[in-house]
Design a protein around this ligand. Structure first.
Ligand SMILES: Cc1cc2nc3c(=O)[nH]c(=O)nc-3n(C[C@H](O)[C@H](O)[C@H](O)COP(=O)(O)OP(=O)(O)OC[C@H]3O[C@@H](n4cnc5c(N)ncnc54)[C@H](O)[C@@H]3O)c2cc1C
Length: 408
């Protein structure tokens, strides 16, 4: 049986940060091992930020996060903030830039730059990694941990469990980490897919697949408005997606057990029903011979005009002077309040982050050590904290990885 001082289970963002922090402060990587299921470490990092890796955000504050206890984030970010992330990567030789909304990216626009910098540091610090090996059992024996993988059995004094959430399973995520923690007495807040597209009721979205439009969105559940946003909407063959929807999805996941969840789309975000009525009246008086869908040319893309005209049951050849005032009012009303029922979110396969996870109140947030099992530490997405999009989730992984690695 191989013996270690500390074994890190999961070589993602949090696990790698923990390993580097550990080896740097001990000035040695003796007795440290990372076990990673994938053929190489940090695979998920390469797909982040549309493969550009939005690694943190200068607006990182606890209000960008969800979870039962987000107050603990004040403490966590006080100890390792977005500024520390910037310094950490700059010290690895990575040049960074700030984009809209305070989002930080490598200047190369390549997520592999971030992964390469981490991989080089891991090698430089001579940190042992075992890849293509996955942990199947974790038990505490006397004062040690026994870790069974598909290939070996190890013993270690400390464990850092950084196996991530359930999102994007093709990159190694699964529910094992939650199962280990639950088995060891931890409370798990039900993991749900978040930062995830929405599936809508109806069978006409496939006609709009790939169409993007600037719209106003109102999310209503049980007759109550829970969010209003304006931004880019991306239509897919099953419903809607895009950064605005991904962020809104987090508000919706807790309402999906209820009936009557709907999205209202205003395709003319600069207008309400009244002002759109006036706009259409003026436009149509000016150009009475125009075909209906062409009359909306300056406002909506071609495919959107045709599909909406079809859904509005306006014939393709109808000229605007053939449309009655009553009909114009109906059209203005629908174009500003296009109601569609929300069926569900897409699955973990398509979600960028997992909401829920190990409850924070059973963890010493100064050290990330379990309050249930001595010598067991947690870091990253496995915890019951998830952020909106914009670099906040990786920041949480770096911060908690740092704290866990520092304590051992
Ligand atoms: C498409 C996509 C884009 C994203 N873009 C961004 C972005 O731009 N900015 C941002 O802040 N966040 C982004 N995120 C979220 C971000 O990737 C996560 O918050 C972050 O990777 C979490 O890090 P982690 O180390 O906790 O978990 P992970 O990165 O998931 O790492 C966990 C590791 O544990 C391994 N593992 C799991 N079980 C076992 C086991 N039993 N034995 C051994 N190993 C195991 C897995 O293979 C994995 O490598 C994105 C996510 C996705 C899916």
């Amino acid at each position: 049986m191989e013996q270690y001082q500390t074994i890190i289970i999961g070589g993602g963002a949090a696990g790698l940060m923990a390993a580097i922090t550990y080896a740097r402060q001990k000035k040695s990587s003796q007795g440290l091992l990372i076990i990673e299921k994938n053929p190489s470490i940090g695979r998920k990092i390469t797909v982040t930020g549309n493969r550009r890796c939005n690694l943190t955000n200068i607006n990182t504050t606890p209000d960008k996060y969800y979870g039962e206890n987000t107050k603990c984030l004040y403490n966590i970010f006080n100890r390792f903030s977005y500024k520390d992330t910037i310094t950490f990567f700059e010290n690895l030789g990575v040049r960074l830039k700030t984009e809209e909304g305070g989002r930080i990216f490598p200047i190369t626009n390549q997520a592999t730059t971030i992964l390469d910098s981490l991989t080089k540091e891991i090698a430089q610090l001579k940190i042992r990694t075992k890849t293509e090996e996955y942990v199947i059992k974790l038990i505490q024996k006397n004062k040690n941990w026994e870790i069974t993988t598909d290939k070996n059995i190890y013993q270690s004094k400390h464990i850092i469990l950084s196996t991530g959430g359930k999102s994007y399973p093709r990159l190694g995520s699964s529910s094992e980490g939650f199962e280990f923690a639950q088995h060891l007495g931890h409370r798990i807040i039900e993991p749900k897919p978040a930062l995830v597209p929405l599936e809508l009721s109806g069978n006409w979205f496939h006609k709009l697949q790939g169409v993007q439009s600037n719209v106003e969105i109102i999310i209503v559940t049980q007759g109550k408005t829970i969010a209003t946003r304006t931004g880019e909407l991306l239509f897919t063959h099953y419903g809607i997606s895009g950064p605005m929807i991904l962020d809104l999805s987090r508000l919706i996941i807790n309402c999906l057990h209820k009936e009557n969840n709907a999205v209202f789309i205003n395709f003319f975000p600069d207008y309400n029903t009244e002002s759109l009525k006036q706009l259409l009246t003026t436009l149509w008086q000016k150009h009475p011979q125009k075909i209906f869908s062409n009359s909306l040319l300056g406002f909506l893309t071609k495919r959107l005009r045709y599909v909406l005209a079809h859904e509005l049951k306006v014939e393709e050849t109808t000229c605007v002077n053939q449309i009655s005032k009553k009909e114009l009012y109906r059209i203005a009303e629908r174009l500003t309040h296009w109601i569609i029922k929300i069926k569900k979110t897409r699955s973990f396969k398509e979600s960028m982050i997992t909401a829920g996870g190990i409850a924070m109140d059973e963890i010493n947030i100064k050290t990330m050590e379990s309050l249930k099992a001595k010598g067991l530490y947690f870091a990253g997405e496995i915890l019951d904290i998830d952020g909106i999009s914009g670099g906040y989730n990786l920041q949480f992984a770096w911060s908690t990885g740092y704290l866990a690695g520092l304590q051992l």
